[in-house]
Design a protein around this ligand. Structure first.
Ligand code: AMP
Ligand code: MG
Length: 278
């Protein structure tokens, strides 16, 4: 299979993360060339987003998941940062509030899915309910084990109603995570990002990898595919995510709407008259 489609998880495939190279850079050895391409791609992304908004028939949902320090924030900044914030928003998911906990786990999610013409990026998502929740037994297994089917049904509902969904797992390895924690400790502008809980969660690395493998394997569908992105190298991660987004948006074959008024009539009746009176 050809790059970057090779990072797409075909529905029904069982993913084994330890066999997927987090440090992969494909044929791209040159970071400078990658930056040039990234510049072109992010410009194209902005154009496609404008078209999505102009067409206003469909919406676009991007799900970002990763281990701590996996690069979700950086991906938002570098890749999605080029989009017009009027029609593209980022939705973070934190520990559920008391009100959220009093509802089913998809309640808070459904409310913030994109309206037609809009792009929404989920920084974490409903997948936390089969990740952190599964790893720490926050609900019994009988409950979380039903959620894969529920999530697939939920995403199908969104997809059937015009939401295009694409899901990225930013795959770093354990060594890279520690290196990033260290950078955060040493850089005064990044120290605010690190906490004890990051190190505590790291002890559950293997459990998280297993939970991710289950979620990605069970919930990569034609309607809402998962992509596993090699993310040790930030520039390669940005490049691959951008390529996939551009390709996906282009495949949606969006069209500018036909004007609802007669352009010729307006030109003749109004514009020419206004120009003549100047
Ligand atoms: P951060 O994204 O680093 O600001 O951290 C957000 C925290 O919220 C992470 O530790 C997540 O695991 C946690 N979180 C997000 N969604 C849920 C959820 N549904 N249940 C429990 N914890 C969650
Ligand atoms: Mg964090």
């Amino acid at each position: 299979m050809k790059y970057p489609d090779m990072f797409r998880v075909e529905p029904g495939t069982k993913v084994k993360l330890s066999q997927m190279e987090a440090g992969d850079t494909g044929d791209n050895r040159d970071e400078a060339a990658a930056q040039d391409e990234l510049g072109r791609l992010t410009k194209r992304l902005a154009e496609l987003q404008y078209l999505l908004y102009a067409e206003s028939k469909r919406s676009f949902l991007i799900v970002l998941q990763a281990m701590d320090a996996g690069g979700k924030d950086g991906t938002v900044r570098h890749v999605i940062g080029s989009m017009n914030p009027q029609n593209a928003t980022v939705q973070p998911f934190k520990v559920p509030s008391v009100e959220e906990m009093a509802h089913d786990y998809l309640w808070r999610v459904h409310k913030v899915t994109p309206a037609t013409g809009q792009v929404v990026v989920f920084n974490r998502s409903h997948y936390e309910d089969v990740l952190v929740v599964r790893v720490h037994d926050l609900v019994p297994k009988e409950i979380w084990s039903e959620r894969y089917d529920e999530i697939n049904a939920f995403e199908k509902l969104l997809s059937d109603n015009g939401t295009h969904i694409i899901k990225f797992f930013l795959h770093i390895d354990k060594k890279e995570q520690l290196a990033r924690f260290k950078q955060r400790l040493e850089d005064p502008t990044k120290q605010w990002k690190i906490s004890e809980s990051d190190y505590k969660e790291r002890e559950f690395w293997d459990d998280y990898q297993k939970a991710y493998e289950a979620a990605i394997s069970k919930c990569s569908t034609e309607d809402a595919p998962w992509y596993v992105i090699p993310a040790n190298h930030k520039w390669f991660r940005n490049l691959v995510v951008s390529r996939i987004l551009v390709k996906t948006l282009e495949s949606m074959d969006m069209q500018f709407p036909q004007p609802t008024v007669s352009i010729e009539e307006i030109r003749r009746q109004y514009h020419v008259a206004v120009e003549e009176s100047r």
